[in-house]
Structure formats: structure tokens, C-alpha cells
Design a protein around this ligand. Structure first.
Ligand SMILES: Cc1cc2nc3c(=O)[nH]c(=O)nc-3n(C[C@H](O)[C@H](O)[C@H](O)COP(=O)(O)OP(=O)(O)OC[C@H]3O[C@@H](n4cnc5c(N)ncnc54)[C@H](O)[C@@H]3O)c2cc1C
Ligand code: FES
Length: 263
């Protein structure tokens, strides 16, 4: 894990409610793996004090991108940053997606709900670079929640969209779109997902019903991102028992079969 106190913002793109920032940070970029995250200090002021966890959305030789939704104060402050300003970041943190040894010619389904699409662009690029065929299922409440659609399309990625209100693509939940695809086309080698908990739980059920391995990138409130505060624990199955696990250290990506869903 590295600390870069002056990662320079070199590009910004903003949509209604969503922002993408590209940060020059060569050492962090070189180490970044899909599914890992950064802890970002949003302000030089004492408040808000805690860094915010954000997935590594993409990386280049000397830069990383973050893509985020405005959720509350921290992300609102971050959304106001401009190119030329710097950010204090820690990363890359956590254990990311595990890409199988054999990917060539294999199909992978990548499921992103809303801001959960963030880590899947980097993952799709890596899978493709290794000869795999990523199929991206991108769901939002409305069309406005799909700002990255053009970015995936520009890279000629296979991307399918769904909206809860039917304003674009498949009308309904992204998990329902996945189920339809699993009936209509060949079974994927693996499903990867990131999004709100109900979406992840349903993805885990769909994967278990069809015996398809799945990896889920979980969210939790994170105080430190480095295993010191116990703020981020989730219940994870370990053998026959379930344990509270710090997802910043052991995750955020877990096998779907390991995750215990609270009622
Ligand atoms: C490993 C990890 C990676 C993440 N990657 C991304 C990403 O790439 N893009 C993105 O938009 N968001 C991502 N998130 C969620 C993001 O960290 C939160 O939205 C952000 O911290 C909210 O901060 P805030 O100050 O704007 O909101 P706050 O004012 O702190 O809270 C606003 C609302 O968001 C909820 N919230 C706060 N922190 C989190 C959290 N960590 N997870 C879930 N809900 C939270 C609060 O309960 C509250 O309801 C990630 C979270 C984790 C744990
Ligand atoms: S966020 Fe502090 S222990 Fe995980």
C-alpha cells in the first residue's frame, strides 16, 4: 500500500450525479489490480476527516481513474474538484477480483448496478487483454444512471443495459436481464458483480442455482481502509462457521458462496 499525498487531477468528466476523475499517480497505477480500491482524502480541512473508499475504475501507465456517484458530503466535495488540484490517496488497497488462469475464449458476465459499475471497466479490460470475452450487464434506476455506457461502447465492449423504469434497454432489474441471458446463451465461466446488496444477493442466488462461480465486490462503511478500525466487517463463511471479517483487508471481493446475507 502506498500513500500519494499529491495525486494530480489531470482530467474530469461530470454527469448528473456522477463524476470521473483521472489522477496522475504512477506508483499507485503500476500496482493497481481490478477490484482494488483507494482511500481518498476529500478535503484538506479537518472535516470530513475520514477518507472515502473508491474503486480503481481504470488505469494507465502513470494514472488511475475513479468514477463515483454523489452520495453525501464527501463525494459532493470530491465532485467539485478540478483538474490541476491534487488529492491525497492511499492505495491500491484490498484484494481484488481473482482472474482465472485460463481466460482465452471464455465468456464472463460482469454485472454492475449504478455506481457498482466502477470497478468493472478495469476488470473487463484485463479479461479482454487475456483473450476472454467479457459481457457487461449495466443496470440503473433510469437512463441517467448509465453514464458510462458510451465509454464501454467506444472500447467495443459487449454491453447490455437495463433500467428499473424502462427508460433504456431491458425494462427491469439487471439481475433479471442476466437471468434472461443465461437462458438464451452459453453459460459463462464466471460471474463478477458489484452493486447494492439486494442485487448482489440475487446474483449469488442465480449463480448458485446454475452452479456458476461468482465473485462479488462488497461495500461497507470504511473508517480506515487498512484493517485498523473494524468499521467495515461483514459476515463471511469460513468452512462450516461464519465470521465477522474486515472487508478492507480480506475483500472487498469475495466468492459469492462465502457471503452470509443478513435478513
Ligand atoms: C471498497 C469500496 C469501494 C467503493 N467504490 C466506489 C466507487 O467506485 N464509486 C462510488 O460511487 N462509490 C464507491 N463506494 C461507496 C462510497 O465509498 C460511498 O458512497 C462514499 O464513501 C460516501 O461518502 P459521502 O461522504 O459522500 O457520503 P456520507 O455522507 O458519508 O454518506 C451518504 C450515504 O452513503 C452511505 N455510505 C457512506 N459510506 C458508504 C460506503 N462505504 N458504502 C456504502 N454506503 C456508504 C451512508 O450510510 C449514507 O447513507 C465504495 C465503497 C467501498 C467500501
Ligand atoms: S475500514 Fe477500518 S478495518 Fe476495515
Amino acid at each position: 500500500m502506498l500513500k500519494d499525498p499529491s495525486a494530480l487531477i489531470i482530467r474530469k468528466k461530470a454527469w448528473d450525479g456522477y463524476v470521473l476523475l483521472e489522477l496522475r499517480s504512477p506508483r499507485v497505477a503500476r500496482r493497481a489490480r481490478p477490484g482494488q480500491f483507494l482511500m481518498v482524502r476529500v478535503s484538506g480541512q479537518p472535516y470530513p476527516l475520514l477518507r472515502r473508499p473508491l474503486s480503481i475504475h481504470a488505469r494507465d501507465e502513470d494514472s488511475v481513474e475513479i468514477f463515483f456517484a454523489r452520495a453525501g458530503l464527501g463525494t459532493a466535495i470530491l465532485a467539485d474538484k478540478k483538474p490541476g488540484e491534487t488529492l491525497d490517496i492511499l492505495g491500491p488497497l484490498g484484494k481484488g477480483f481473482v482472474i482465472p488462469g485460463v481466460t482465452k475464449g471464455k465468456k464472463f458476465c460482469l454485472l454492475g448496478g449504478g455506481r457498482g459499475i466502477a470497478p468493472l471497466y478495469f476488470l473487463a479490460q484485463e479479461l479482454r487483454a487475456k483473450g476472454g470475452h467479457p459481457r457487461v450487464f449495466y443496470g440503473g434506476k433510469t437512463e441517467a444512471d448509465l453514464p458510462l455506457l458510451q465509454k464501454f461502447a467506444a472500447q467495443k465492449m459487449e454491453v447490455f443495459v437495463s433500467t428499473d423504469n424502462g427508460s433504456a434497454g431491458f425494462p427491469g432489474l439487471v439481475t433479471a436481464m442476466l437471468e434472461r441471458d443465461l437462458v438464451q446463451s452459453a453459460q459463462p465461466a464466471l460471474i463478477f458483480a458489484c452493486g447494492p446488496d439486494p442485487m448482489m444477493k440475487r446474483t449469488a442466488e442465480i449463480a448458485a442455482e446454475r452452479k456458476i462461480p461468482a465473485q462479488l465486490s462488497l461495500e461497507s462503511i470504511m473508517g480506515c481502509g487498512i484493517g485498523a478500525c473494524w468499521g467495515c466487517v461483514r459476515k463471511i463463511r469460513k468452512g462450516r462457521a461464519a465470521e465477522w471479517v474486515k472487508i478492507c483487508e480480506e475483500g472487498p471481493v469475495f466468492s459469492a458462496s462465502e457471503v452470509v446475507w443478513e435478513e
